[in-house]
Ligand binder design. Structure first.
Ligand code: NI
Length: 413
């Protein structure tokens, strides 16, 4: 790596250049860490993960690889009932709070089109959301923490969480007891539209609640030329789709926000027959639990009453995903200090209408989730999605510094 990032370090900065050979030393008796070597190692780790991506709940080789990386450094792996995912502890010699650092490890069913020499070797599977970056960054933070274990005032728990993309992972981790006796949790997601060296931090809602719906509208089929003999679910579904849009425009306070999107409609088999049923599917996104509930109640009422007006029946299946992701104020302030220490430029990001199952952790314990700048021309889940690898060591150092800040803050309850 270029040493420029670490050069001209001010007195308060915890890394001190020992000499020009990029051997850098942590202050106050901390052990020296060769960041250049570490960066190369982390880039190697990330490229390995990128080449061998695995889908949610199938991260078996990824799990083995992470365990191997941790074991090589003598980091203690915790028992788990989960088949994939890795949990580990780094405990300091003195008592203090317990802080969790979380990364997600799964990939997506997308055929990679980056043309990179280390592109995915698993056909139809790709790290198109940068979870390889998250895993490498957390491993880097773990290595830095392990190097300085003696001086930690408390305990760090590492959560290499499986199955974020399927939405089930965080809840399983909580069920497995990995959050028990943990005081706070820190996480991050790469963000391609934020440049490397910049971080987005926000108190309050940062990512949306994700709900999914399917409505089956039951009518009565008939000949297309004899509509009076049936109850047309296509006309009913059309009215319903338009009426659902009034939830956002007429029911939700304009100072709040919500999204109701119908992404799929399915009905009929040919041009001259009125079908029996039509199904619509879609998603609702909100940033506030009250608004979330209001949209759902209104949705159910509109679906039932529009259908009834046309002598149809609506069967609504509602699947609740992650709640809104809400960052704790005090912890976000500590994380902000850590970001400044890591010489990152801090911005106030726009919240994302995507969801994140990190939100489940924040229902149990306070914490903060950051958007970490990784640059790139394509957004998450695009087949040509890339990250700038110079962001890895920065993310590692940011996580390391955040963990230390929280341990030193004596935030124990
Ligand atoms: Ni992701």
């Amino acid at each position: 790596m270029s040493l420029d990032y670490w050069r001209n370090i001010e007195g308060t900065y915890p890394f001190q250049a020992e000499n020009e050979n990029d051997m850098l030393k942590l202050k106050e008796g901390h052990n020296p860490v060769n960041l250049s070597t570490l960066e190369k190692q982390l880039i190697g780790i990330r490229r390995h993960l990128h080449q061998y991506p695995e889908l949610s709940k199938e991260e078996f080789k990824t799990t083995d690889f992470i365990k191997k990386c941790l074991a090589e450094k003598g980091i203690q792996i915790r028992p788990t009932s989960l088949k994939t995912g890795v949990f580990a502890d780094i405990a300091g010699e003195s008592e203090g709070p317990s802080i969790a650092l979380r990364a997600v490890i799964d990939a997506l069913p997308i055929e990679e089109k980056t043309g990179l020499p280390y592109a995915s070797k698993h056909k139809g599977i790709m790290h198109a959301c940068g979870h390889d970056f998250h895993t490498a960054a957390l491993l880097g933070a773990a290595f830095l923490l392990k190097e300085n274990q003696d001086s930690l005032k408390g305990k760090i728990r590492l959560l290499f969480q499986p199955a974020e993309e399927s939405g089930a992972g965080a809840a399983k981790v909580i069920e497995d007891g990995q959050l028990d006796s943990i005081d706070a949790v820190i996480g991050l997601h790469n963000k391609p539209d934020i440049p490397v060296g910049t971080i987005g931090l926000k108190t309050g809602p940062l990512m949306a609640a994700v709900d999914r719906f399917k409505v089956e509208i039951q009518g009565k089929g008939a000949h297309a030329a004899l509509p009076h003999n049936g109850f047309d679910p296509i006309v009913g579904a059309s009215q319903l789709i338009v009426a659902l849009q009034t939830i956002v425009s007429r029911n939700i306070n304009p100072l709040n926000s919500a999204i109701v999107t119908v992404g799929k409609i399915n009905g009929g088999s040919t041009w001259n027959v009125i079908p029996d049923t039509v199904a619509i599917e879609g998603t609702v996104r909100t940033f506030d639990s009250e608004v979330r509930n209001q949209v759902k109640q209104r949705f159910l009422a509109v679906a039932a009453q529009i259908s009834s007006a046309f002598s149809l029946k609506a069967n609504v299946k509602w699947q609740s995903g992650p709640p809104p992701l809400c960052n704790d104020e005090a912890i976000t302030e500590l994380v902000r200090d850590a970001a400044h220490k890591a010489r990152l430029q801090v911005i106030d990001p726009d919240p994302s209408t995507a969801g994140e199952d990190f939100a489940y952790y924040l229902e149990h314990i306070p914490g903060s989730f950051a958007f970490f700048g990784t640059g790139g021309d394509h957004d998450w889940h695009h087949p040509a999605f890339t990250i700038d690898e110079t962001a890895i060591i920065k993310a590692s150092y940011f996580l390391y510094e955040s963990a230390r800040r929280l341990l030193d803050s004596s935030m124990q309850e």
